[in-house]
Design a protein around this ligand. Sequence first.
Ligand SMILES: Cc1ncc(COP(=O)(O)O)c(C=O)c1O
Length: 396
Amino acid sequence: MIRHQLPAYSPVSAKAVLLAAGQLSGLGEDPRPALRALLQREYGASSVVLCGSGTQALMFAIQEARLRVDAKAPVALPAFSCFDVASAAIGANALVSLYDLDPDTLSPDLGSLERALRAGAGVVVVAPLYGIPVDWHALTTLTKRYEAVLVEDAAQGHGASWKGKRLGALGDTAILSFGRGKGWTGGRGGAILRSDSAGLPSSGFLEAEFSRRVAVSIGVAALWALARPEIYGLPVSIPALRLGETTYWPPRPVRAMTRVAATTLLATHEASRKEANIRQSNATALIAAIGDSPQVRPIPAQGCRAAGYLRLPVRAPKGMASFLNAQRALHVGITPSYPMSLAALPQLAGRLVAPEGEWPGAQTLVRELVTVPTHSRLRARDLIEIIGILRTVESI
Ligand SMILES: Cc1ncc(COP(=O)(O)O)c(C=O)c1O
């Protein structure tokens, strides 16, 4: 079937596609200073460096943070996260200490993080999943006690805030991703933000090659053309595109953000803000509709946290296998979360400080976590079907 719901959606207009193509030559006004100024304003950052991807941004941030503490200090990473987090630590050539997550909130398990700090972690990467903010105050208090540097990986934080401050503005060092599923996209891209007076070393990153600019521009056009439920079944059926799969991508050297990505980001900024509001209201409606189910547990933002809900994370007893018709669930955009913990990622073998460690929270999430779409391309009919699918788990 060609109709297939998108798991996530970042708005891209025809105008953005044309503007992006117009930047291929590398001539004309450079849009990157305007993007840098926008990010500086919105995130209250003292300095902003634009680069080729969120992974590159995180790799750079880890390298820079290690220089401030101890260039050999291990980096603490969440045991359950996007594989790119591991790729960035590998690119920074760091030893890795894992810490567990609380499966009820997706927040760091503070006891487990403290063990990683006691074992010598000098840099801690915290990556709020699906835009669910974590208690930043508790994290800074703990990491300060161990004189470790906290890096806020806000790659999934678009539209989210904690105590009125947007994710990406909380850490002294933070990173953003502008990849295709991140709510605000430039096709590809990332940023490193510093909010303290120390600033960032001026980037001096190499410009991306022409072939890379072309690839980003094609990616932007493909997002505009194909990210539509009416035809998304076509790209999904092409195995080489690996859509919907969690893949490990080895780290690449840090490059400057392309002008193509920067111009796309400026052109989609306003639409991405509106999209975040729609995600929040759809997520609220979904939570209200399934909140009383004893089997399926949505993970809501609590207290002073406003989630960005890039997708709505939901725990079901057997993950995707909990649904009577898992194929249909995939078809309406419900997708599994990460298929393994970072402890099991082969690329991290040999780098783990405590390879024999146990991560019960991460294991629970590998078994149970699925994600539900929240974007504006869902129709009322889709939402009703999704709610029906989530509620049928009760009868298993
Ligand atoms: C938590 C997290 N960090 C970093 C990244 C890397 O971002 P990019 O895809 O732009 O390299 C991602 C991407 O999915 C992510 O989810």
